[in-house]
Structures are given as C-alpha cells and as structure tokens.
Design a binder for this molecule. Structure first.
Ligand SMILES: Nc1ncnc2c1ncn2[C@@H]1O[C@H](COP(=O)(O)OP(=O)(O)O)[C@@H](O)[C@H]1O
Ligand SMILES: [Mg+2]
Length: 323
C-alpha cells in the first residue's frame, strides 16, 4: 500500500513577476505516508501547497492526484483531498459543531455523522457545543484539521499546522497527525520550517529551498546518510583538541567558538566522550548534529527572514531542542 503514488508533481513551477517562487519541483508522495515538506520561510512551501489544492495556477508543470491530472479532473480529485492552508477562519461566536455544519453544507454534504466523527478524531467532541471564541489556539488549529477531514479525504494537506502554537498546542497537533496516520487509511502531507517537527511526525520528506527541491527520501534514510558533526565544550580545550584529532573515529576537528567541532563518519558520540573523560578532560556539553540537520541549518541560517530561536543551536548536552 505504500507504493502507490497518491500525489506527484512534474516540474511544477510558479513565477510571480520576475521571481520564481517554485521552480521545476518534482515530488512523489505515496499512499499511507506522512510526507514532511520542509523548508525555511519563503522557500515556496505555501505556493506549492496552493498549487496542489488548485488555489493557485502553476506557471508551468503539473500536479497529478491519485494518478489523474489535477487540471482536467479538478472536481473529482479534489473531493478526495482535505486542506488546511494558514489558519482556518471560523465564526467565533458559533459553536465548533455549527461551524463544521456550515462548511459541510457548503460542500453539499449534510451527514451529521461525519461531523461527530471528525470532532471525535481531533478530540473536540466534548467541547463541540462551545463557541469557538472560547477555544485555545491549539484547539482552533485542531478544529481546522477537523474541517480538513470532513468528507473522509484520502489525502490531507496541512500547511505549517503547528505554526504559532505553544508547546502544548504543538504536542496536541503532532499527536493528532500521528493518530491520523496510524489509522492507515489516510495520507498526510504537511509542511514545516522545523526539521525536528518533520523528524517526529513524518515517514518521508522533501526539503525545498528557494523554490527548488534539495533532497527527498524516507526520513530514516535521509537522517542516517552522510557524515555527522559533533560539537564538544571540553576543557582544557587545547588538550581535548589534540585527543580528538588523534582519534581514528574523527575525520576533522576544529575550533568553532566556544566548541570543538568534529566531523565523524558514523555514530561516535559515546566513544569520543569516554576518550575525553578518561584523559581527564572536563566535558561540559556535547551537541550532536546529523549531516541533514547540519545541512538544513546551514541553508536556513543563511536566510534572513527565519526566526532565529526556532533554529538556534540546541541547549543542553543531549542535543534536544527546546520546544
Ligand atoms: N501572491 C504572491 N505574490 C508575489 N509573491 C509571492 C506571492 N506568494 C508568495 N510569494 C513569494 O514566493 C516565495 C515563496 O513564498 P511561500 O510559498 O509563501 O513560501 P513558504 O510558505 O515556504 O514560506 C516568497 O519569496 C514569497 O514572497
Ligand atoms: Mg508558508
């Protein structure tokens, strides 16, 4: 079931005036995947999603959904797709259920069973009678996802669904996406500007930068590929640098203030830390980064409109990012 392509783009391109927002993008999303679409702000994620949902007309290239050209089968294929682009708009003084009833009726669907089902999926059934204005940001976002789930779509496309949420809201939405995919009947396409976000939810991913595809593959493959980088905060530093340079596990070791940065070909964090400690070195911090992470940070750090706190080097010794 994971082999059948459900969404494919062929040289998909969009130009605004003289600028290409998306250029020659070839994506392939297979049934049952959670597909992460990762890129810094301004990379072209929303433009791509709008073209997939037929909200924006491509300048060149095309989209195929369920093996059929979107352009010629718009009505029939889009019935099988649910989308959430930016935050959904709701009537704040009406209840969640009433809001979904209105959307449902606009779609020509009047089955109230479907509304209860989607409210249940997103965990809002108990609050369905409350006015949306009493909802937290995370609850509103879950309601937006509920709306995207109306009509039982085979593919759900979510544009930065955790953007702007607090850590609790992020956790709720992430768990919801995991639940959706575990049911096995739905394919999820979600965008994000955070690698950690994609890593935790997606099974496959593509990275886009300045409108072009950088890489695409399974998350496990991409995160395991290539050399990785470890940063040590170790004292005395000169002695630590000598030890790391002499290690057969280390390809290169250089000072990147205030750290020593090593490139290694395979996982070596534990062995190198032990070598340092056994030589009497005080290790204050260890920051491992995979090559994909290193790469993604290098392209995003060079982008001025990225919010620095989201992508700053991790705090603490585990390399975990703060939420
Ligand atoms: N309606 C538009 N008119 C002109 N330029 C646009 C429009 N929408 C997006 N862009 C430009 O296209 C590029 C990609 O934007 P977008 O797809 O929103 O990126 P992302 O969602 O990855 O942050 C940006 O340079 C943006 O300024
Ligand atoms: Mg966007």
């Amino acid at each position: 079931m994971h082999d059948e392509p459900i969404l494919q783009t062929y040289n998909l391109s969009k130009r605004y005036k003289k600028r290409w927002a998306v250029r020659d993008l070839n994506l392939i999303v297979r049934r049952g995947e959670v597909f992460g679409f990762l890129g810094p702000n301004g990379a072209g994620k929303s433009t791509t999603i709008r073209m997939i949902l037929s909200l924006v007309k491509p300048t060149a290239g095309r989209v195929e959904l369920f093996g059929r050209a979107l352009l010629r089968n718009r009505g029939s294929v889009l019935k099988r797709v649910g989308g959430l682009v930016e935050a959904a708009d709701f009537y704040l003084y009406l209840s969640a259920r009433r809001n979904l009833e209105i959307v449902s009726a606009l779609r020509g669907d009047h089955s109230s069973g479907d509304i209860d089902r989607v409210l249940d999926v997103v965990g809002l059934l108990g609050r369905a009678g409350d006015a949306v204005k009493t909802y937290s940001h995370g609850m509103k976002q879950r309601l937006g996802i509920a709306q995207a789930l109306l009509g039982n779509p085979e593919l759900v496309v979510l544009d930065e669904p955790t953007s702007g949420l607090d850590p609790q809201g992020i956790k709720e939405v992430r768990e919801l996406i995991q639940r959706l995919s575990q049911a096995g009947t739905i394919t999820v396409f979600l965008s994000s500007h955070l690698l950690s976000e994609i890593e935790q939810t997606a099974t496959s991913m593509a990275i886009i930068n300045q409108g072009s595809l950088v890489v695409q593959g399974t998350v496990a493959e991409l995160l395991a590929s290539g050399p990785s980088v470890i940063r040590f905060d170790a004292r005395p530093r000169e002695r630590a640098l000598e030890i790391l340079k002499a290690s057969p596990l280390v390809d290169t070791a250089t000072v990147v203030e205030p750290y020593i940065q090593c490139t290694v070909r395979r996982e070596a964090t534990a062995a190198l830390t032990r070598d340092l400690v056994e030589s009497g070195i005080a290790v204050h911090a260890i920051i491992p980064r995979r090559s994909l992470e290193e790469y993604f940070l290098s392209i995003t750090e060079g982008t001025s409109d990225v919010h620095a706190p989201d992508l700053s080097p991790p705090a603490g010794i585990t390399g975990e990012r703060l939420p």
